[in-house]
Design a protein. Structure first.
Length: 156
């Protein structure tokens, strides 16, 4: 895992953290814990509040999808957390970047999930808990799936 924080740089969000994790199940589990820890530090909200639960769920689902569907052996996933200075609506943005731009996520509204009862519903949960979410491909080597989780107003 590597960590970089860019708060205070000109034009940067109020808080911006980049974390790298192994493209494994263990890496995906760590993303969830560290995202909630960072969220609580930034906002002063408790780990057990609704917004922290939403951050945990969304981060965990995006990271699990990156590991399961977007990771190549030996390649890391990157998790970026952003808390803007003063957005129109207070949100925390979660971005998960993986190494498979050829495998785009299937939007939950595209049809029913697979019949297999133990998988295929992660992005449906993301769509429920996130204010907005989407996917961006910026180059031939990576894609970023992002989501914005609403914060209670006012944030302490």
């Amino acid at each position: 895992m590597t960590h970089r924080q860019t708060a205070g740089e000109p034009g940067a969000p109020a808080h911006h953290t980049i974390l790298r994790f192994s493209g494994t199940g263990r890496g995906a589990r760590l993303t969830r814990r560290l995202a909630v820890q960072q969220f609580a530090e930034w906002t002063g909200l408790p780990h057990g509040c609704d917004a922290a639960h939403a951050v945990a769920l969304v981060t965990g689902e995006l990271a699990a999808n990156a590991v399961t569907h977007g990771s190549l052996p030996g390649r890391d996933i990157r998790v970026t957390l952003l808390l803007p200075h003063r957005p129109p609506e207070p949100v925390v943005r979660i971005e998960v970047t993986d190494t498979r731009p050829d495998r785009l996520p299937r939007h939950p509204a595209a049809g029913p999930p697979p019949a297999e009862p133990t998988s295929g519903r992660g992005l449906l949960l993301v769509a429920v808990y996130a204010r907005r979410w989407g996917c961006e491909v910026h180059d031939a080597y990576t894609k970023t799936v992002w989501a914005e989780v609403a914060l209670p107003t006012p944030v302490p």
